[in-house]
Design a protein around this ligand. Sequence first.
Ligand code: NAG
Ligand code: NAG
Ligand code: NAG
Ligand code: NAG
Ligand code: NAG
Ligand code: NAG
Ligand code: NAG
Length: 409
Amino acid sequence: MQLRHATAVAVAVIVLLFSATSNAHNVTRILAKYPEFSTFNHYLSETHLADDINQRETITVCAVDNTGMSDLLAKHLSISGIKNVLSLHVLLDYFDAKKLHQITNGTALAATMYQATGSAAGSSGFVNITDLKGGKVGFSPQDNSGVIHATFVKSVDEIPYNISVIQISNVLPSTEAEAPTPTPSQQNLTAIMSSHGCKVFAETLLANPAEKTFEDAVGGGLTIFCPGDDAMKNFLPKYKNLTAAGKQSLLEFHGMPVYQTLSGLKSSNGLTNTLATDGANKYDFTVQNDGTEVTVKTKLVTAKIVNNIFNEQPLAIFSLNKVLIPEELFKLAPTPAPAPAPEADADSPTPSKKKHKSPPAPAAPSDSPADSPDGDPADQTADNNGSVGYNGGRFAAVILTLWFVFSQL
Ligand SMILES: *[C@@H]1O[C@H](CO)[C@@H](O)[C@H](O)[C@H]1NC(C)=O
Ligand SMILES: *[C@@H]1O[C@H](CO)[C@@H](O)[C@H](O)[C@H]1NC(C)=O
Ligand SMILES: *[C@@H]1O[C@H](CO)[C@@H](O)[C@H](O)[C@H]1NC(C)=O
Ligand SMILES: *[C@@H]1O[C@H](CO)[C@@H](O)[C@H](O)[C@H]1NC(C)=O
Ligand SMILES: *[C@@H]1O[C@H](CO)[C@@H](O)[C@H](O)[C@H]1NC(C)=O
Ligand SMILES: *[C@@H]1O[C@H](CO)[C@@H](O)[C@H](O)[C@H]1NC(C)=O
Ligand SMILES: *[C@@H]1O[C@H](CO)[C@@H](O)[C@H](O)[C@H]1NC(C)=O
């Protein structure tokens, strides 16, 4: 009886320990079992599409065997061209063999990851799936004037409603996807952000010299964190209160002068410089892996990555659910109890507002970046000790539980 109880606890603890970090699916691992898809699998990783696929649920990957891939490689496309073509092979819906053969009215349009990147013009990011005579299923890019070039071959792997990997006979042809793409340094950063839910941030950036800082940084590698429109709109009153130098620093605080993929961010937990970092003005933040989520944390706010809206070496753009608030520009609230402050912040939907309004001294409106260091070191110590204590405590609890459990066995 006691033994069974202990076993249950052990299982619960182990599940708790690993559930936060285990991925629902890993397309690289799924395809690795089939040597005939090794080229396709190689290019999914090379183009970082594998990361994007693993991030999503309810997805279908239309794999092409090595012979089919050699036709594509013979076209000598750039890596971004290959990425566009392959992203057309990732359908943003779940189609297993059964569903493919039972499509309502015999035809359906599926949005693809190519559509989701925003680089697909018109209908070129959609794939038309058609049930053909004799139980065959045809696949064709929507802009391919109805000619069907590829058919369903077989189901490779199915994890119901999360990911379906199927084989299709050929690479889907698309002049649009194969066309040379502008290199990231020729991309219009603000246009990309605007079309992916960060219009307010993009417009704010366009009206500020910080825009040039971002553009100049792309060549050497750049990761941008752009707050979504709701977050940025709520923050605008505070933004307008900043000095010109403060505004520029705040915007530059949202850029990291290195190129990082999502998986790179996940494994790089630590303090990071930003475009605003300048000598004594640290303007740094912490990127943290929080279960399956990645957060960007300052002492005043914890923002979550919502979406990877652009990813092509040397440029990555991620959207956030909050504006990153640097302590250099906004005074920390005087907190008598050290630990609770960052916790409350992380959970509150509009933490910046709450944080800056509640204490007697609100966010210093016209703080220049140099104004605030006075109260900081103490707060920093308190924060650091607080979080270390919390993590250490949990870790110790887990060890104790495990010890208890195994001593019972
Ligand atoms: C599907 O994905 C969800 C969310 O990531 C996960 O909880 C679930 O276990 C997955 N299902 C399977 C069958 O792997
Ligand atoms: C997916 O699987 C591959 C091969 O097993 C491994 O190298 C990679 O790290 C895995 N990715 C994730 C996100 O777990
Ligand atoms: C199927 O066809 C019928 C009749 O043309 C139409 O009303 C219906 O919306 C179609 N369903 C789908 C899912 O396209
Ligand atoms: C898909 O293509 C077929 C053949 O050209 C066409 O008849 C059908 O209407 C298309 N389906 C959709 C949903 O556009
Ligand atoms: C980039 O796009 C914005 C609109 O989002 C436009 O105002 C700006 O002029 C463009 N910049 C360049 C360099 O084309
Ligand atoms: C902006 O500054 C003014 C004057 O210092 C202050 O009264 C106001 O509360 C500030 N607004 C915000 C949103 O911080
Ligand atoms: C934080 O840790 C430092 C060094 O470990 C220690 O000297 C200091 O007293 C601690 N502060 C608090 C508030 O616990």
